[in-house]
Design a protein around this ligand. Structure first.
Ligand code: 5GP
Ligand code: MG
Length: 185
């Protein structure tokens, strides 16, 4: 049996909690903060999160790759850059999950070097704190989880299962199903 670890109701509560704190943080900004979703996993979370950030803001996306199946490879590559020039802007990097910390550490370093933003804040729905390979601490985390592989609500296996409203720990059947489907193309 697959185990649901966050229902949509629980996800919404976390979006509201973090979203309202971020609204307060940037309420008196002269320029709108830029919320940058890390594709593809963070898209559902970013989409729901910003509905609770009741201030003018800009949405953008960046894409990096590091995961291969259920294992992090440790090397991060940039696949798509942001479209906004975020020099001297307040940016909020939004991730689905922080695991080893390598992707987020890479992104923070990347933005600092290339754009020198005014400030960088990091947010993730899930935090596998126990699994860090590099030191990295999130500014806002929805939920701390143990070292298990999770899927759903943006999180994939072989690019599948991102489209559930809940986050779950897959069972063997779920993984087998993904393998079977992805073997067809
Ligand atoms: P890190 O660089 O922190 O090790 O990994 C970050 C990325 O790996 C996340 O953005 C996510 O795409 C992927 N990832 C980490 N843990 C999981 C997991 O449990 N399930 C899925 N589907 N992806 C994960
Ligand atoms: Mg991700």
């Amino acid at each position: 049996m697959k185990k649901i670890i966050l229902t949509y109701e629980e996800i919404s509560k976390r979006c509201k909690l973090i979203g309202e704190q971020l609204a307060t943080r940037y309420r008196f900004n002269d320029t709108p903060p830029v919320f940058i979703g890390v594709m593809k996993g963070a898209i559902p979370f970013l989409t729901d999160l910003v509905t609770y950030v009741d201030i003018p803001l800009i949405i953008d996306y960046i894409q990096v790759g590091s995961f291969n199946g259920t294992e992090s490879t440790g090397t991060v590559v940039l696949k798509k850059d942001v479209t906004q020039d975020v020099r001297n802007r307040d940016i909020v990097i939004v991730e689905d999950i922080v695991d080893s910390g390598i992707s987020m550490a890479f992104l923070v370093d990347y933005f600092q070097r290339k754009y020198q933003p005014k400030s960088i804040v990091t947010v993730a729905l899930l935090d596998k704190k126990c699994n860090r390979k590099v030191p990295f601490e999130l500014d806002y985390a929805g939920e701390e989880i143990e070292n298990v592989f999770v899927m759903g609500y943006g999180l994939d296996y072989k690019d599948l299962y991102r489209n559930t409203r809940y986050v779950f720990v897959p069972d063997e059947e779920d993984i087998k199903k993904c393998e079977e489907i992805s073997s067809r193309y």
